[in-house]
Design a binder for this molecule. Structure first.
Ligand code: UDP
Length: 139
């Protein structure tokens, strides 16, 4: 039986600050299995497409600049109830509002530079995983 999957990115600020190891430790300690993972860098066109839902928002330009300024870690994670449990693990979009012990509370600087991405639905998890990985790269 295939368990649920979600998609994550450790965003450029996490890579720049040397937080890949600590964040992956939090993720695997919480029971997520890594089904796919790579260090990669999004182009401007990639980030505009990935975040197309936000294209009319005032922060869109800054978001695209931020997400393209350096490498990210993209990963597919597997666990029962993956999407919801991962959103709980990362905490609120704004780290000032994130619960104690969450990844954003521990490692995010601001609502803009908030350390990690987590899919918000099973459907988006599938779309976002396919955006970054070929089928043969997901195990
Ligand atoms: N973001 C931002 N300003 C805002 C809201 C969001 O810069 O006021 C950025 C932030 O990096 C966030 C991303 O846009 O993670 C996507 O926003 P969303 O509301 O989908 O939040 P998420 O699902 O990542 O918690």
């Amino acid at each position: 039986m295939r368990t649920d999957r979600t998609f994550t990115m450790l965003k450029p600020d996490s890579v720049e600050k040397g937080n890949i190891g600590p964040i992956l430790e939090k993720i695997t300690s919480a029971g997520f299995r890594i089904a796919a993972m790579k260090l990669t860098q999004m182009t401007t066109a990639d980030a505009q497409a990935f975040y197309a839902v936000h294209k009319e928002r005032p922060f869109f330009g800054e978001l695209v600049e931020y997400m393209t300024r350096g490498p990210i870690v993209a990963a597919v994670l597997e666990k029962d109830n993956a999407v919801e449990d991962f959103r709980t693990l990362i905490g609120a979009t704004n780290p000032a509002e994130a619960a104690e012990g969450t990844i954003r509370k521990l490692y995010a600087a601001s609502i803009g530079e908030n350390a990690v991405h987590g899919s918000d639905s099973d459907e988006n998890a599938e779309i976002e995983s396919q955006f970054h990985f070929a089928g043969r790269e997901i195990f």
